[in-house]
Design a protein around this ligand. Structure first.
Ligand code: SF4
Length: 79
C-alpha cells in the first residue's frame, strides 16, 4: 500500500478550519488556530506540520487540500 507525505505550509494557512472538517482523522487545529497534523500521523512528534498517511485516507486528504483556501496543503506519494 502506498503512503503519502502531507505537508502544511504554516505561512499560507489562513486558519479557516476547512481541512479539519474535511479530513478530521488527519488534521486538527492548534490552540493558535492554525492547522496541524494529528500526532498519530506525524513522522516527528515535534513537527506538527508534516505527516505520513495511508492510502485509505488519501481521498479525504485530497478533498481537504482541494478545498484549502490558502493552498497550504501539499501531498506527495512516498512509497
Ligand atoms: S484548510 Fe488550509 S487554510 Fe484552512 S486551516 Fe486547513 S491548511 Fe489552513
Amino acid at each position: 500500500m502506498a503512503k503519502y507525505l502531507v505537508i502544511i505550509d504554516k505561512n499560507k494557512c489562513i486558519n479557516c478550519g476547512s481541512c479539519a472538517m474535511n479530513a478530521p482523522e488527519v488534521f486538527t487545529l492548534s490552540p493558535n488556530g492554525h492547522s496541524t497534523i494529528r500526532k498519530e500521523y506525524r513522522q516527528n512528534p515535534q513537527n506538527e506540520l508534516e505527516g505520513v498517511i495511508p492510502e485509505e485516507l488519501l481521498e479525504k486528504v485530497k478533498i481537504a487540500a482541494n478545498n484549502c483556501m490558502g493552498s497550504a496543503i501539499t501531498i506527495k506519494k512516498i512509497v
